[in-house]
Design a protein around this ligand. Sequence first.
Ligand code: DOR
Length: 431
Amino acid sequence: MGTLLIRGGRVVDPSQGIDRIDDVLVRDGLVVAIGHAGTQPIGKADETIDATGLIVTPGLIDMHVHLREPGREEDETIETGTKAALAGGFTSVVCIPNTEPPIDTQSTVEFIHQKAARADTCNVFVVGCVSRNREGKELADIGQLVEAGAVAFSDDGAPVYDAELMRRALEYCRMFDKPILAHEEVLELSRGGVMNEGLVSMVLGLTGMPAAAEEVMIGRDIALAEVTGGRLHVMHVSTAGGVDLIRAAKARGARVTGEACPHHFTLTDEALRGFDSNAKMSPPLRTAADVEAIIAGLADGTLDCIATDHAPHAREKKMLELDRAPFGILGLETAVGLSVTRLVATGRIGWPRLVEAMSTLPARILGLNRGTLRPGAVADITLIDPDRSWQVNVHAFQSKSVNSPFHGWTLKGRAVATIVGGRVKYRLGSE
Ligand code: DOR
């Protein structure tokens, strides 16, 4: 495979406490060293990338991605979704099992792995279902799914509704040291809702989903995590109350982690005023106070990660009226731009915290041997231009779908190269 030298970039690797201008040397798919000392002379590298002015990070990991295959290839496929990931700067995605059929058997996990190998794009890690067929009635064969390579368990798209089942799932997953990725929603409270319940839903005359629908379930699952000692990861936290619950649970020592999605720290329910179904997702966009709480939660580490909840839906499905259109928006190709624009450029968080939220901690939570540029690590590396202004154009996306509310937005910060296992898989401008 040869050697690759990434020269003169700002290397940000929180796993080693590194934030300095330096070189990264890669040989045969692995990181050999950071810095000049002990590395080969520059002239010996087979390929050199000038990273002057760029941020060089351990490859970004999106731990919440709907790849839709098998069963909904009209929305996305493993190939198109992972190409979108590469274009967004992600070297790894973690796919959520609400496919058709759901990923609840060893053979479905193997199918995903095979398709991902054939696509030969970024790494794909697989989440298995908590319950058989995602029906919430009995546990899936968790041990078998772990054996097949599942890195976590989730019935996302829906909560694990039965509290006793959730308790057993936490207990069982604890034996394998795997987290449960939880979609938190009390369905009686959110039923029929299309957006956040509040002033805007009232003005628009639309049925709302109250913050309490999310918070009551977060509270239940934290209690169950504490009683079982199991690991709970709260997905797409959207409310200030949810952030507070996780902060308090962490202070008590509960094994709880949380994630925020870029749309939840960028938009409010005001985005629904135009009845745009591209602003419809679950949990919904909330209020300005919630957005502020999510950003504060990311800044103080209450919310460990940024994950996109990349949820492609074919154009004809999203073109329906608001109450009939499905929940979900694209995330992979706008995540870096939104995060840099909303969090870093505004001074709310620094680069090391951003890299921690998008690489180091997703790897740690899921036990992946990724998220670091330590010598000997797999050379998954992302190069980001922190100053590049660019305009979001959904028609230029690699994704098969176009359901993004950010079309036409000007963002700052963009991945310019994505390196997977030492191979340059994406370069901005050469796709
Ligand atoms: O907006 C969402 N879309 N939220 C979910 O929980 C599921 C996802 C999907 O699968 O489309």
